[in-house]
Design a binder for this molecule. Structure first.
Ligand code: ZN
Length: 243
């Protein structure tokens, strides 16, 4: 299993720096996890849009889903000009408007996820945990063979995450805030909370993501490392992690 970080900025993109998007691949099979601002442009550096037929959205904040409309339109055009005849499947929390927008486009299908969902897409098994965030949001676990990736999406710290993320080969942990800040109201983790999760879940490799646009990111990384898991790095656009 492979994970390509397409983008990792929280809230809004930088120039050439997209928001959340992670391409999960095994053999020739691909699933895009989240599709925030800038992801649609940048994912095409690595793969033709017509070769991704499954997009999973953790929640409907712009930095995680704003490019899905353009993705749907690309599928509409590409089916009309004969570049593909395969459906684009979009998965996300229950939302009538999202379902309507997806399914008004020929060749596009929408499926709802919730905390009890178990999705089998190609070689992958997806399960979910409800997050602490202002809107319905899920942490996502992806398993294939003996490998496991856990993506926290956006959430404040909760000890339930430790069990959900236990023994992940790759933990993609949000770290929106610096040590000493309080993420409980906004529904985000500090770097030390992300580090604590990395340590307690015994993750084999960790990337800190959903990074803030201010402060020194090296300090963010240092405070996460200080919690005891030394396999933590900052997410960077384009980086490929092979498990
Ligand atoms: Zn976000």
């Amino acid at each position: 299993m492979k994970c390509r970080v397409i983008g990792m900025w929280g809230g809004f993109p930088k120039e050439n720096g997209p928001c959340s998007g992670y391409l999960i691949e095994q053999d020739e099979f691909k699933v895009l996890l989240d599709c925030g601002s800038g992801v649609l442009t940048n994912v095409q550096k690595y793969v033709d849009l017509n070769n991704i037929n499954h997009v999973l959205l953790s929640h409907y904040h712009y930095d995680h889903f704003s490019d899905i409309g353009a993705y749907l339109f690309s599928r509409l055009v590409n089916t009309k000009i004969g570049n593909t005849d395969e459906a684009l499947h979009v998965y996300g929390p229950d939302d009538e408007e999202m379902k309507r927008r997806v399914e008004e486009i020929e060749y596009c299908e929408f499926s709802t996820i919730d905390k009890n969902s178990e999705l089998h897409i190609g070689p992958f098994r997806f399960t979910f945990m409800r997050n602490n965030h202002p809107i319905e949001t899920y942490s996502i676990k992806i398993e294939s063979g003996h490998k496991k990736i856990v993506y926290t999406s956006d959430t404040s710290y909760t000890s339930k995450l430790i069990e959900f993320a236990a023994d992940a080969d790759l933990l993609i942990a949000e770290s929106s805030l610096y040590d000493g800040m309080d993420g409980s109201a906004s529904g985000h983790m500090t770097s030390s909370e992300a580090g604590m999760l990395a340590y307690q879940s015994k993750a084999k490799k960790v990337i800190l993501t959903h990074l803030p646009h201010y402060g020194e990111l090296e300090e963010l990384l240092a405070s996460a490392l200080n919690e005891g898991n030394h396999a933590i790095e900052l997410a960077r656009p384009g980086v490929l992690i092979e498990l």
